[in-house]
Design a protein. Structure first.
Length: 146
């Protein structure tokens, strides 16, 4: 089951999956507290096991006026490879369609690129490094056209 969650609920999953061994403070993302940001959690037997957040964060890399950035998508290791990431991503995409978003974009970790490609996302440009996190690619998908 996927439900809206409070931004602070994302931290335990973000820390375990995306910021392993780093302080909980590194799990706060600029924009987490904005009213335009939405956070969703995947629950299994009433336990939060996956998260995804969508930010109203336009990038100058795209011309579309209505953009959403996905950040902090993470599923606990022991629940990965079970389609939960796909469900979270689809939920975020459906949310974006309801919001009449034209394009979804994000910085994908190198190891997640194939997952996103399978979901019809495309790479824009070359790989780049986010210090203390690793190599990333900008990826995007056209959601709606006007």
């Amino acid at each position: 089951m996927i439900l809206p969650i409070h931004y602070q609920e994302t931290y335990v999953i973000r820390q375990e999956v995306l910021r392993k061994g780093k302080p909980i403070e590194t799990c706060y993302f600029t924009g987490d507290t904005e009213k335009s940001t939405a956070h969703f959690g995947f629950f299994h037997e009433e336990k939060l096991i996956g998260v995804i957040s969508v930010f109203n964060s336009p990038s100058t890399l795209f011309q579309e006026k209505s953009q959403i950035q996905i950040r902090g998508m993470a599923v606990l290791d022991k629940f990965q490879q079970n389609g939960i990431g796909n469900q979270l991503l689809l939920h975020a995409e459906n949310y974006c369609k309801q919001q009449k978003v034209e394009i979804i974009w994000f910085n994908a970790r190198e190891k997640a690129v194939q997952f996103y490609k399978k979901n019809a996302y495309k790479i824009l440009g070359d790989a780049f490094e986010i210090p203390e996190v690793g190599m990333h690619f900008v990826m995007y998908k056209q959601v709606m056209e006007y």
